[in-house]
Design a protein around this ligand. Structure first.
Ligand code: SF4
Ligand code: SF4
Length: 449
């Protein structure tokens, strides 16, 4: 058999196999548009291949040869690393953030109280915008319940549950120390996290820049200075159900958020208790909220992912479709390192979240500096304003992000090649729009209510 003929056939086989697999995965994922389009590409390729056999036999090796050369060029562009990868850039000194400035803490303030008056005396720049937003019914307020009484009640029940866990996060450690050397402890903690239900986990040094300076929410006294002397941060992530996120910004998405926060609270409280039984101090940080540190930058340091344009962590496996949990401790551990997944370069070109954000809170342009870090700075007030309008935590940006695709072999392969190839990133961004839509189709939740 002529070698060009053989190589051309092989190229066709690989391309047909790719689109066949893509169609099957799209069918399983209930992605109708991606299914029909990938099936279309499959048929077109098959027709071209068979059309080649209509040419004279002496021309066929040439035709198949051209296909092979084009295929080879494409393969080299897609697979050979070409990206100058950079992770999150720290460009200046980072000041500790006051939790009282965090948007949720500002909206926990009750008008007419001393804390309320004191806060806006110190931060008059937030008064006007906050007062405007206060006029919109709160997230999970009774006003929203009419839209979906069952799911809004379920989400409220989840957040009520969390409120009752706030006092469970810390305690005295046992006086007798157990535990082993840092590598053994790290393996043990990671095994336990996996067993308890976490999907990703990592360890980093607890950088004091990521510890809040003053209490803004939670059971501790408002405004109290935060002292968190622990050396390590154990960060973990839980995957959010794509089918629940696919109904964003409707009620199922906040039910899923609440569910993952409840799971994260159970895991972190149990892990912190376990570590204290080994004789080392440990504190769980749970939503609701009694975080004493900022989770996304710690998750980045612990190697769970990179910060994306949409302002939250993009994990290696689930993209932004994950919720984080944290335990801080002095148990000797081995740190992980931040990973570079090519997210900074991908986000620079993609902008799909910015295009689909209903409140225009996600910036389109380049990164800017905030507190010593180069990042895409979210307009938090505009984002939160939309949350109150929707009555949920929106999550549209999470749903549309190409990185949020299911963590299966097909999408993991795409994620892998986009880590280091600029051509793969460009193609993947265009293909995401072509196969899933510039505004991906939202779906009803599997709960059917
Ligand atoms: S949608 Fe695109 S730009 Fe936005 S976070 Fe995801 S990859 Fe980055
Ligand atoms: S959660 Fe919604 S409003 Fe907020 S940034 Fe994402 S898409 Fe925009």
């Amino acid at each position: 058999m002529n070698i060009w003929f053989f190589l051309g056939e092989l190229s066709f086989f690989v391309l047909l196999f790719f689109f066949f697999i893509f169609s099957i995965y799209s069918l399983i994922e209930r992605e109708k548009r991606a299914f029909w389009r990938s099936a279309f590409f499959f048929v077109v390729l098959a027709v071209i291949k068979f059309a080649f056999y209509l040419f004279e036999p002496r021309l066929r090796p040439w035709l198949f040869g051209v296909v092979f050369i084009l295929f080879l060029i494409g393969l080299i562009l897609l697979l050979v690393p070409s990206l100058k990868k950079s992770s999150v850039e720290i460009v200046g000194k980072q000041e500790r953030v006051d939790e009282r400035d965090v948007i949720f803490a500002r909206f926990d303030l009750v008008e007419g109280t001393e804390n309320f008056d004191d806060y806006y005396r110190r931060k008059p720049e937030y008064r006007k915008i906050d007062d405007k937003i206060r006029k919109i019914p709160d997230i999970l307020a009774p006003y929203h319940f009419e839209k979906n009484p069952a799911l809004f009640s379920l989400a409220t029940a989840e957040f009520d549950f969390l409120e009752h866990q706030l006092t469970q996060v810390q305690g005295e450690e046992f006086s007798e120390r157990a535990g082993g050397l840092p590598p053994e402890n790290t393996i043990l903690i990671k095994k336990i996290l996996k067993y308890l239900g976490s999907d990703l986990c990592g360890v980093c040094l607890l950088d004091s820049a990521f510890v809040y300076s003053h209490v803004g929410r939670g059971p501790e006294p408002y405004g109290q200075e935060i002292t968190l002397p622990h050396k390590y941060a154990v960060v973990f992530a839980l995957e959010m159900d794509l089918e629940m996120v696919a109904s964003a910004p409707k009620a199922p998405v906040i039910v899923e958020t609440g569910k993952k926060y409840v799971e994260a609270a159970k895991i972190s409280i149990t892990l912190a208790r376990f570590i204290r039984r080994l004789g080392y101090p440990a504190r769980a940080h749970i939503a609701g909220s009694n975080y004493q540190a900022m989770l996304p930058p710690l998750a980045w340091k612990a190697g769970l992912g990179e910060l994306g344009r949409l302002g939250i962590l993009i994990t290696a496996k689930y993209g932004p479709r994950a919720r984080l949990g944290l335990v801080t401790t002095d148990l000797p551990l081995v740190e992980d390192s931040p990973r570079t997944l090519g997210v900074q370069q991908f986000c620079q070109k993609c902008q799909k979240c910015a295009r689909n954000c209903p409140s225009r809170a996600i910036p389109y342009g380049d990164k800017s500096e905030e507190n010593g870090v180069m990042k895409w700075v979210l307009n938090r007030e505009e984002c939160y304003r939309f949350w109150r309008k929707a009555g949920t935590d929106c999550a549209l940006c999470i749903f549309v992000c190409p990185y949020s695709k299911p963590a299966n072999t097909f999408h993991n392969f795409i994620r892998k090649i986009t880590e280091s190839s600029s051509a793969a990133q460009n193609l993947s961004i265009r293909a995401d729009d072509l196969f899933y839509g510039r505004t991906p189709r939202r779906r009803a939740s599997p709960l059917g209510i």
